[in-house]
Design a protein around this ligand. Structure first.
Ligand SMILES: Cc1ncc(COP(=O)(O)O)c(C=O)c1O
Length: 405
């Protein structure tokens, strides 16, 4: 039966596959597992009490409007607030430059639908956010390394320039400028995924690529960058509230696509979010940054303490992720199986974060959900496992060298 369904699916479904890793990670909610797998916000930081009050207030004040259909581009009040913030951060714009999307994940899907034709090349980082690949895959692109030559037929460059998922890396300003120069030379649209941008806990802000683009091109209408933002990492992912900021000509098309997709984001959720952000969002962000900074510091200390020689890792200035590189020959996916079975610790192997030519000796550790004490214990277990694997590999090499079985 399954095979006849497969025959009926459109050819694009050949590119849409379940991630084995995601399937495996579904099994991870046993309480004794210390999990560095889920890159999700700490629920302790959700402003639950205030959000509960605001649903009451919104229903009392806006009444049936809160429960009614609303415009596809999103609530004017929320779009205006976002436009003012983007303006304050160096990309002057107004609400006509903003569409509210169901998380930034929907923004990636709509952008894929708008720009990617079958076989068009999309330039991505190595590694990149696997959810972006998941969104783009349905439009049947080919992928090329952002660091390599730009192939003929390249249309888009997708980047996560601040504290990237999964690498934790931040693109320095000169790299952002170089990317814009290349994008201009090859007429590429730049998709800037700013999912973690508000979560910088050390160092100084880099200008967004959109801000650099606006400065360079003379205004947002002349820019080639589409900035994707989200409230998922700062307020709550369940609100499903993200946005795209870009030239009106693009926003207008995205609005048409959104109409065809799901009409609009939940009216009441947008009303609540517009009120939450209007009252002390920056203070709220400060609290988040302190919280994640403590965890990131615990993670760095634990890695330095427990990882054997030959393992290296990134040192993020914000966000939720550290990227670990194991000595050649070790495989993140195999290590995960052993980590679950032997050490009751979980992470995401790095392979699926590569659009092409995966580097199997890599993995992603998220530090957003565990306490500093659990971070130390989890990294201790992981370090012990890797050390054991290295010793085993080393003894095999030694045995091979001496010709002993
Ligand atoms: C880099 C990046 N972009 C986009 C998303 C999608 O988030 P949301 O749709 O909740 O805004 C995520 C979520 O993990 C992410 O890490």
């Amino acid at each position: 039966m399954t095979s006849s369904w497969n025959d009926r699916f459109s050819p694009r479904m050949a590119h849409v596959r379940a991630s084995e890793i995601r399937e495996l990670l579904k099994l991870l909610d046993q309480p004794d597992i210390l999990s560095f797998a889920g890159g999700i916000p700490d629920p302790a930081l959700f402003p639950i009490a205030r959000i509960a009050e605001l649903y009451g207030e919104v229903l009392a004040e806006a009444g049936d409007q809160a429960l009614q259909y609303s415009v596809s581009e999103g609530l004017p009040a929320l779009r205006r607030w976002i436009a003012e913030r983007m303006t304050a951060q160096g990309a002057p714009c107004d609400e006509g430059n903003i569409i509210i999307t169901a998380g930034s994940q929907q923004a990636l899907d709509l952008i894929g639908k708008l720009f990617i034709g079958r076989g068009d090349a999309v330039l991505v980082e190595r590694p990149t956010y696997m959810g972006a690949l998941g969104a783009f895959n349905a439009y049947e692109p080919s992928y090329a390394d952002l660091g390599g030559d730009v192939p003929a037929g390249a249309r888009l460059a997708y980047v996560v320039p601040d504290f990237a998922n999964p690498s934790g890396r931040t693109m320095p300003r000169r790299e952002r400028e170089a990317l814009l120069a290349r994008a201009t030379a090859h007429d590429l649209v730049v998709i800037e995924d700013g999912a973690y941008r508000d979560l910088r806990f050390t160092g100084t802000d880099e200008p967004s690529i959109l801000a650099l683009d606006v400065a360079r091109s003379g205004g947002i209408e002349a820019a080639r960058t589409l900035y994707c933002g989200t409230f998922s990492k700062t307020l709550s992912p369940a609100l499903r509230l993200g946005w795209v900021c870009g030239p009106r000509a693009v926003i207008d098309k995205l609005v048409l696509l959104k109409q065809g997709c799901d009409l609009h984001v939940s009216t009441i959720n947008q009303m609540v979010a517009a009120r939450v952000v209007a009252e002390g969002y920056e203070d709220h962000l400060e609290r988040l940054r302190k919280h994640y900074h403590a965890r990131a510091s615990a993670m760095q200390a634990a890695l330095a303490r427990h990882m054997p020689l030959g393992v290296s890792w990134s040192k993020p200035q914000g966000g939720m992720f550290v990227w670990l590189t194991l000595p050649e020959g070790l495989d993140g996916a195999q290590l995960l199986e052993a980590a679950l079975a032997e050490e009751r610790v979980a992470f995401v192997p790095g392979g699926p974060f590569f659009a092409v030519d995966p580097e199997p000796n890599t993995l992603r550790l998220a530090y957003s959900l565990l306490s500093p004490a659990d971070i130390d214990e989890g990294v201790r277990r992981l370090g012990r496992l890797i050390e054991g694997r290295l010793a085993y590999a080393g003894s095999n090499v030694a045995r091979a060298a001496t010709g002993r079985a």
